[in-house]
Design a protein around this ligand. Structure first.
Ligand code: CA
Length: 267
């Protein structure tokens, strides 16, 4: 084993040579110790502690970017003008980009996002009435074919908008002027619409939901687990009832009955 190190001309406390002379060339002396210093977790920790102005790890990693303060100031300036009218501004090299909120489009999110042909827009969603009557499950499936759900109704304003669309819808197979939407009984309750939103607004016809069980044509009693809303004021003709209702009011009914239905999809 070697006992003498001839390459070190400086005995005593170690002095790290910065450069080496090789022939005519002066080259930077590799300093593996320095690189290795940051490989060890305890040293990384020590590094953070020294930089006492940075308490959060992410700040430590952001620090190198601050060498370019002028560049950063320029980019911040782009968004400080708040160019994105209905969205969030993101700095980009030499400019900015707007991430629009749902329902908005355009370079500055200044434009209401349109619905496709045949669909009507309200806030962030598009709606479509289908006048071909279908049972509730079939109606639900048909909405999904369009990336939609049977409509949820989350406020009185939205209800008014929907009432405008369903006005004049034809009566269903049994004459009642109901239109299926996205509410059906789950675990005995009407708590959520099929698109997942909670039921906070309701507009039940007085006395409803009554889960008015009746004898199905196949000989079984069947409850009313699906909900429709009336598309016209006045008397509703059904098999067993004549009621005075208001357009937009809700009634639970047998799911197999066939009515027009309304779908709702995000813009
Ligand atoms: Ca009912």
């Amino acid at each position: 084993m070697a006992t003498t190190d001839h390459s070190d001309p400086h005995p005593g406390p170690p002095v790290e040579p910065r450069y080496l002379t090789i022939g005519d060339h002066v080259v930077e002396y590799p300093q593996p110790e320095e690189e290795c210093a940051y490989d060890k977790p305890e040293d990384v920790h020590g590094y953070k502690e020294e930089e006492s102005t940075y308490d959060k790890p992410e700040d430590v990693y952001k620090a190198p970017e601050e060498v370019s303060l002028a560049y950063k100031a320029k980019d911040l300036g782009e968004c400080s003008r708040k160019p994105c009218q209905h969205g969030r501004c993101v700095n980009q090299d030499g400019g900015y980009k707007c991430n629009c909120r749902p329902g908005w489009t355009g370079q500055n999110c200044q434009q209401v996002k349109p619905c496709r042909a045949g669909w009507s827009g309200y806030k962030n969603h598009c709606y479509k009435l289908t006048t071909d009557a279908a049972d509730w499950e079939t109606a639900n499936s048909r909405c999904k074919l369009h990336g939609a759900n049977l409509a949820s109704i989350t406020s009185g304003d939205e209800a008014n908008f929907i009432n405008g669309i369903i006005t004049g819808a034809p009566g269903g197979k049994w004459g009642a002027h109901l239109v299926w939407f996205g509410l059906h009984r789950k675990d005995g309750k009407f708590t959520h619409f099929t698109d997942g939103s909670e039921v906070s607004y309701t507009n039940w016809e007085p006395g409803e939901p009554n889960n008015n069980r009746h004898l199905h044509i196949f000989g079984r009693f069947q409850g009313q687990d699906c909900v429709g809303m009336y598309s016209k004021d006045g008397k509703v003709s059904g098999w067993f009832f004549q009621d005075k209702v208001r357009r937009g009011q809700w009634n639970d009914d047998q799911c197999y009955r066939e009515y027009p239905f309304i779908c709702k999809r995000p813009k």
